[in-house]
Design a binder for this molecule. Structure first.
Ligand SMILES: NC(=O)c1ccc[n+]([C@@H]2O[C@H](COP(=O)([O-])OP(=O)(O)OC[C@H]3O[C@@H](n4cnc5c(N)ncnc54)[C@H](O)[C@@H]3O)[C@@H](O)[C@H]2O)c1
Ligand SMILES: O=P(O)(O)OC[C@H](O)CO
Length: 377
């Protein structure tokens, strides 16, 4: 019998628990109960979030108004939450995974399998290391990934969407994950390209920040903003939707180039799965990264991302700004900044080194300066 624990209980973590819990009740090879580890916090009422979830069957802070399923049990004790599980679903903001894995080392079942729903990466001296790899290395378990065009609040309302499971060797584990997540409104397919799937989910968050800048500047209506560099790339539209499309096109190209330069085994076909172009479009149009970057540009870069994130997302976390920093580290370490103008601009703008309008003005001269700054820092 398979026993599932979800490690994380934010917006997507709660929806993942709901999807899984609806299936474990139906599938005989799985225990009904789904444990969900909660990073404990006190609510304004003074109650603990875990107690409220278990009392109301609702994550009132990160997914209000949605019942998770009576077989979801919130647990604030990480070790206790995982001790009986042999299917571990990792779904926290990526900056917390390393600490969580350190706490879990030696505490999980020997036959455990993992899947990461986390969009992000770590940068080591040797280069980028994906979160699934970090989980495998620290816990010694096989780890697949699940990424896709998935806005948690919409899937919580059972609106149709698709997702992609990425796996390396273990096809039977991938099939089990597909079985565990699939519902009539959540269609999951598996591809043998764990890094490709994970890089798609990770890198599109940096592109979504660029899309937010464009929207926040209302570029289509602002004749003061020069389009010459976009025109140099044969794009010259006065309409914001078309600028968004330009950002997505250039972003997709940089995502593919970066992925293949860092991980030559990544397959082109992966970018045409839900985790690729579909997630890119979804996040650039409707995600949290886009929304907060839009506010950043509207404020002329005068209010920091941290401040805007806290005010606009009430505890939910952005991944795009941190991802742009991680990508920038790889690019500057390897002397690749000039190949990735969009990623470079997103990092320079989000750290206040260039104004938001630079998203369509980034040029060779600025890139050389950024490269020099990176070298001097
Ligand atoms: N929300 C979505 O629509 C969505 C969709 C697909 C993928 N994702 C990805 O899923 C991952 C998790 O995102 P989410 O939306 O579930 O989370 P979230 O941004 O909604 O919530 C933040 C979570 O982090 C927890 N947290 C805060 N401090 C912590 C700490 N020190 N240690 C551990 N946990 C801490 C909070 O308790 C909360 O559960 C991210 O990588 C995200 O990109 C999100
Ligand atoms: O809301 P975002 O920007 O974190 O994006 C959410 C998901 O990753 C979209 O698939």
């Amino acid at each position: 019998m398979y026993k599932v624990t979800v490690i994380g209980s934010g917006n997507w973590g709660s929806v993942a628990a709901k999807l899984i819990a609806s299936n474990t009740l139906k599938l005989h090879s799985f225990h009904d109960e789904v444990r969900m580890w909660v990073f404990e916090e006190k609510l304004p009422s003074g109650e603990k979030l875990t107690d409220v979830i278990n009392k109301t069957n609702e994550n009132v802070k990160y997914l209000p108004g949605i019942k998770l399923g009576k077989n979801v049990v919130a647990d604030p004790d990480l070790e206790n939450a995982v001790k009986d599980a042999n299917m571990l679903v990792f779904v926290t903001p990526h900056q917390f995974v390393e600490g969580i894995c350190k706490r879990l080392a030696g505490k999980i079942r020997a036959d455990a399998e993992g899947i990461s729903l986390i969009k992000g990466m770590e940068v080591k001296k040797e280069g980028p290391s994906m979160i699934s790899n970090l989980i495998t290395k620290q816990l010694g378990i096989n780890c697949s990934v699940l990424m896709g065009a998935n806005i948690a609040n919409e899937i919580a309302m059972e609106k149709f969407s698709e997702a992609t499971v990425g796996y390396n060797q273990n096809k039977s584990a991938a099939d089990r994950w597909v079985q565990l997540f699939c519902t009539p409104y959540f269609n999951v397919t598996a591809v043998q390209d764990v890094e490709g799937v994970e890089l798609c989910g990770t890198l599109k968050n940096a592109v979504a920040i660029a899309a937010g800048f464009v929207d926040g500047l209302e570029m289509g209506n602002n004749t003061k903003v020069s389009l010459k560099d976009l025109m140099a790339q044969k794009i010259s539209s006065p309409f914001p939707q078309l600028l968004d499309a330009a950002i997505m096109r250039i972003g997709l190209k940089e995502m593919m180039t970066f992925s293949k330069m860092c991980f030559p085994s990544v397959k082109d076909s992966t970018f045409f799965e839900s985790c690729g172009v579909a997630d890119l479009i979804t996040t650039c149009m409707g995600g949290r990264n886009r929304k907060v970057a839009d506010a950043y540009a509207r404020n002329g870069g005068k209010r920091s991302f941290d401040e805007l994130e806290a005010e606009m997302l009430q505890g939910q976390k952005l991944q795009g700004v941190l991802t742009a920093k991680e990508v920038h580290e790889v690019l500057s370490n390897r002397g690749w900044l000039h190949i990735f103008p969009l990623f470079s601009a997103v990092h320079a703008i989000s750290t206040g080194r260039l104004p938001p309008s630079a998203i369509v003005k980034i040029n060779e001269e600025q890139l050389s300066k950024l490269a020099l700054d990176a070298f001097l820092l």
